[in-house]
Design a binder for this molecule. Sequence first.
Ligand code: PMP
Length: 287
Amino acid sequence: MEKLIFNGEFIDRSASKVDVEDRGYQFGDGVYEVIRVYNGKLFTSQMHLDRLIDSAKKISLDVGYTAAELEILIQQLVTENQLTYGTVYMQFTRGAAPRNHAFPVDKIQSVFVAYTKVIPYGGEVKSGKQAITTEDIRWLRCDIKSLNLLGNILAKQQAVEKGCFEAIQHRGDTITEGSSSNISIVKDNVLITHPPANLILNGITRRVMLHLCQTNGISYREESFTISEMMNADEVIMTSTSAEITPITLIDGKVIGAGTPGPITNKLQQLFHQEIEMQCGRVYSTT
Ligand code: PMP
């Protein structure tokens, strides 16, 4: 039986109980992370856990654990559930209290949940994916990885209804990010991606990719770009923990670049795969 972590305890999922007045359940008052597991090992866990604690701080939520303590717990969960390829989902909510928008006056215990999910590993995504563009209707603190994902959900649903993989959001003319990913373009061999600010989540995959650019002589700029710059780019790339580095080759029905994954995307996928193997050891396709 698979276990999950509920407030520090390893329990069966069927034994977990969430209070109806948990503030995460009622208000989305909490933060979360998704960490990838390859070969039974956590990938870039330090960066994810630092971001989790940082997100919690930004909403004045005391998680009550250090990143190092959390890492030990979730590695134990991965081992316990014998997870080889998949993800660990974890979230903290502010806790349960009589419903009231303001924080409870008396300090309550935050509620911590973590569970694992198996994801078959098929290696790099070789075929280009399709996307749509949509107005970014979210709040102005997208740097916080909060449980409030309604804007993201509505955007993704629009994409799915059009048979597409991702919705690329824009504020006016400026591209911000995908509904669950960061978006970068390549023009004349330079990779361009939105700077980390309040309008996007500073993705870990994005940061690993930029580090790989830096160490492998690929020019990049952290600068915002417009819808038309994206439509006329040579390559469009989406990055996320689940999608890794994925080429986008059709947006709103228009072919991007040559219509196939471009050379910089291919190179970055290769380098990213090497990075995974450096951190997690040799990985094998399970599909
Ligand atoms: N932006 C949003 C809105 C996301 O949900 C995600 C996925 N977590 C990302 C960007 C990519 O972040 P990461 O590479 O850390 O998964």
